[in-house]
Design a protein around this ligand. Structure first.
Ligand SMILES: Cc1cc2nc3c(=O)[nH]c(=O)nc-3n(C[C@H](O)[C@H](O)[C@H](O)COP(=O)(O)OP(=O)(O)OC[C@H]3O[C@@H](n4cnc5c(N)ncnc54)[C@H](O)[C@@H]3O)c2cc1C
Length: 412
């Protein structure tokens, strides 16, 4: 797909009703829905394309529902993807069925696995057919514009130089290292995280695995995501352990991997140095107040999520839908969103955020951390044993992962 800036003759200063900073799942979905329902928006993305490796690749049933409401589900299901109907974890030789999406009474009871760039390219392609959707790729927000204490736009930089965008509302959808929330001086409440994930690629071994899965053994944990020609691998470890692993050398790291999955022994030698292994520090935080006059944050910029449960994209998309439900009628009546309107959005989405982060922290601190630090431990965490003893309880993780808390519908 050819992603190009929709305003080729970029003027130095431009006005759009709504300026969305960040072309991730939250920003692109919000821009698409707003434009589809008649609001003029611009989305700016600092990269020139969406091809980045270490991103969530999971399109959950709740997001598939939204695509259905937008009339795009059938087209999306033509994008190459794997369907995951059940989620199973392996601990040594024990297998635990965590979630069974077939139990959800919905049209698409599965997680669609596809690289995030496929999802973003798909949405962008749909959105670019709409006259109200404007996309500025390779354009990085560097500051907010303020007048009399109110945010009135964004200062950005592109290959053509400085761009000033004035707007009635700025949306920070620029992820966990958000410049927008920083410039707006929104207070971040850091919830801490005891884990990090080391990501690397391995060309596929000559053995058949289940499509995408998680495996653990003796205090070590490995996730494998099928990217057709290669496995995207995530090695979960304690926070800060990357430097220790580096100091003991690459051969020891290869051994760590094969001790979890011996089938990888022939391909793990593809890792010859730590340059091939990216340490993605896991952060869990949220803003105390998501907005100020003329500006609001959503998705990871309002609440960075842990990769546990793979629900970050889910939440980002649900935020976008809730936000569009509030904002579209305001803009269509030629009004400007007030702080009271923005507060309504935060109030709607704060509970699902707090609840989801609470569950993630509980799993990280009470199960994953002891599992990773106690090397003798080769046991299934107790909350997972409960699921084995009482299978009906599986509906809880099934709903949590598949639909999330407070599932949003488009109400426009
Ligand atoms: C290691 C890891 C694994 C994960 N795995 C999963 C998973 O399997 N499933 C899942 O659902 N979630 C997963 N997540 C979480 C998920 O990736 C995020 O929660 C989700 O992407 C948030 O979407 P977003 O749109 O809010 O932010 P992001 O996806 O971070 O998008 C923000 C966008 O803003 C752009 N940007 C940043 N700064 C600027 C700027 N100044 N100007 C313009 N553009 C800017 C960025 O380039 C980016 O495209 C994972 C996260 C991590 C760290």
């Amino acid at each position: 797909m050819n992603i190009s800036n929709t305003k080729q003759n970029l003027k130095k200063s431009i006005f759009y009703s709504c300026c969305i900073v960040g072309g991730g799942p939250a920003g692109i979905m919000l821009g698409y829905i707003m434009a589809k329902y008649g609001v003029e928006v611009v989305v700016m993305e600092k990269h020139k394309d969406f091809f980045r490796d270490f991103r969530g690749d999971t399109i959950h049933p709740s997001t598939l529902n939204i695509l259905d409401e937008l009339g795009d589900l059938d087209d999306f299901l033509k994008v190459p993807h794997d369907k995951m109907t059940e989620f199973t974890m392996t601990f040594g030789d024990k297998q635990i069925a965590l979630a069974d999406f077939k139990k959800l009474n919905i049209k698409t009871p599965f997680i669609a696995f596809t690289p995030q760039w496929n999802f973003l390219n798909f949405l962008t392609e749909k959105a670019q057919n709409l006259p109200n959707f404007n996309l500025l790729m390779a354009t990085e927000a560097i500051d907010i514009l303020q007048e009399n204490g109110k945010v009135v736009g964004v200062k950005a930089i592109s290959e053509k130089g400085v761009v000033l965008i004035n707007s009635n509302l700025v949306v920070g959808a620029d992820g966990r290292h958000s410049i927008i929330r920083k410039k707006a001086s929104l207070n971040v409440y850091n919830l801490g995280s005891p884990i990090d994930v080391l990501w690397f690629r391995l060309n596929k071994p000559d053995v058949t695995f289940k499509k995408s899965f998680a495996n653990s053994n003796k205090g070590k944990f490995l996730i494998l995501i099928d990217r057709t020609e290669y496995w995207q691998c995530g090695f979960i470890t304690t926070k800060g352990n990357y430097e220790n692993l580096k100091s003991i050398g690459i051969v020891n790291f290869q051994n760590e991997i094969t001790s979890i999955l011996p089938e990888l022994k022939d391909v793990v030698t593809q890792l010859t140095n730590f340059e091939q292994i990216k340490n993605l520090s896991v952060t869990v935080d949220r803003l105390e107040k998501w907005y100020t006059e003329g500006l609001i944050c959503i998705g990871d910029s309002a609440h960075a999520m842990s990769p546990i449960g793979g629900v970050g994209i889910n939440l980002a998309i649900q935020d976008a839908v809730a936000m569009a439900n509030v904002l579209v009628p305001i803009f269509k009546n030629s009004n400007i969103p007030t702080s009271k309107d923005l507060k309504k959005i935060q109030n709607r989405r704060m509970f699902p955020t707090k609840f989801t982060q609470g569950v993630q922290l509980l799993i990280q601190n009470k199960s994953l951390k002891p599992f990773l630090t106690d090397k003798k431990k080769d046991d299934v965490p107790s909350f997972l044993k409960l699921l084995k003893w009482f299978p009906p309880l599986r509906i809880l993780p099934t709903r949590f992962i598949g639909l999330g808390v407070r599932t949003e519908k488009i109400q426009l």
